[in-house]
Design a protein around this ligand. Structure first.
Ligand code: HXC
Length: 260
C-alpha cells in the first residue's frame, strides 16, 4: 500500500517484535485523522503477519501524543463529528489481537492518554506526564478516557484528572496502577521492546487467547469471564505449542513455540 506519512514502522526491532513510531514531532504527535487511519492499517497488517508476535507503539522523547488534533476539530459541528466517525478507527485498533505495548515519554494527553490506555501495557520514561485535559477545551474525553482511566486508577484520581485536567507524573501513574514500569528516559523504548520480546518468546496462540481473556474481565460478570477463560484454556490443548511447552519442561530444555 501507500507509504504512511505520520507513522514509521520498524520491523524486527527484536525477534518477532515490531515497533510503530508516531511521527508528527512538530505537533507533539497530535493525532489527526490520517495518523489514526495509518495506525489502524499498520496494526491490522502487523496483526496478520506471522513474523510479528508483539507490537510496541511509541512517540518520541518530548511526546507520546498531546491528544487529538485540536486544529482539525476546532470548527466541527456535532453532526460533522458524527459523520466523520473517528471512533470506528479506534474500535478497529482495539481489535488488535497481539499484545501492544505503549512506550511513553513526555506528553501523554487526551486522545494520547486514551491511545496508551488502549494498549495492553505501558512502559513510561521518568519524564512522562499523563493527563486528560479535554475539560480545559470545553469538552471531555471521547475515546475511552472516562472509562479506562477510571477502571485503571479508581474513581478518586480519575474524577480529579478528568474534571481538572491536571497532569500526573510517571511516578504517580505507576503508584495508581495506570502503567507497568518507569525507567530513565534513555531506556524507555528499549525497556518496552524488551518486555515485548519477552512476550514474543511465548506461544503466540496462548498469548492471543490469554490477552483476550484478560480483556474480557473488563466487560463481563465474573461467572461469564471464568467461563470464557475456561474455553480458551481448553482450546490451547489443541495446539502443538502446548505439547512443545510441556514436553520442553519435562525434558528440561527451553521450548520453541511455532504458533501452531
Ligand atoms: C494540535 C497541537 C496539539 C494538539 C500541541 N500542538 N498539542 N496541535 N492538537 N492536541 C501543537 C501546538 O499548537 C504547537 O504548534 C506545537 O504542537 C507545539 O506545542 P506548544 O503548545 O507550543 O508546546 P508547549 O508550550 O511545550 O506545550 C505543550 C502542551 C500544549 C502542554 C502539550 O501543546 C498543550 O496543551 N497541547 C494540547 C493538549 C490537549 O489539550 N490535548 C487534548 C486534545 S482533545 P504551533 O504550530 O502552534 O506552534 C482530545 C480529545 C480526544 O484529545 C477525543 C478522542 C479522539
Amino acid at each position: 500500500g501507500m507509504q504512511p506519512q505520520f507513522i514509521i514502522i520498524h520491523q524486527q526491532v527484536a525477534p518477532y517484535v515490531a515497533h510503530i513510531q508516531l511521527n508528527r514531532p512538530k505537533e507533539l504527535n497530535a493525532l489527526n485523522l490520517q495518523l489514526m487511519s495509518e495506525l489502524r492499517d499498520a496494526l491490522k497488517a502487523l496483526d496478520a503477519d506471522d513474523t510479528v508476535r508483539a507490537i510496541v507503539i511509541s512517540g518520541n522523547e518530548k511526546a507520546f501524543a498531546a491528544g487529538a488534533d485540536i486544529k482539525q476539530m476546532a470548527d466541527k459541528t456535532a453532526i460533522d463529528m458524527l459523520n466523520i466517525d473517528q471512533f470506528s478507527t479506534w474500535d478497529a485498533i482495539k481489535k488488535t489481537r497481539k499484545p501492544v505495548i505503549a512506550a511513553t515519554s513526555g506528553f501523554v494527553l487526551g486522545g494520547g492518554c486514551e491511545l496508551a490506555m488502549l494498549c495492553d501495557m505501558i512502559v513510561a520514561s521518568e519524564t512522562t506526564r499523563f493527563g486528560q485535559p479535554e475539560i480545559k477545551l470545553g469538552i471531555m474525553p471521547g475515546a475511552g478516557g472516562t472509562q479506562r482511566l477510571t477502571r485503571a486508577v479508581g474513581k478518586a484520581l480519575a474524577m480529579e484528572m478528568v474534571l481538572t485536567g491536571r497532569m500526573i507524573s510517571a511516578a504517580e501513574a505507576l503508584q495508581a496502577g495506570l502503567i507497568n514500569k518507569v525507567v530513565p528516559v534513555e531506556l524507555y523504548l528499549q525497556e518496552a521492546v524488551n518486555l515485548a520480546a519477552e512476550i514474543a518468546e511465548k506461544s503466540p496462540i496462548a498469548v492471543k487467547l490469554a490477552k483476550e481473556a484478560v480483556l474480557k474481565a473488563f466487560d463481563t460478570t465474573l461467572e461469564e469471564g471464568l467461563h470464557f477463560e475456561r474455553k480458551n484454556f481448553y482450546l490451547l490443548f489443541a495446539s502443538q505449542d502446548q505439547q512443545e511447552g510441556m514436553q520442553a519442561f519435562i525434558e528440561k530444555r527451553p521450548p520453541v513455540f511455532k504458533g501452531k
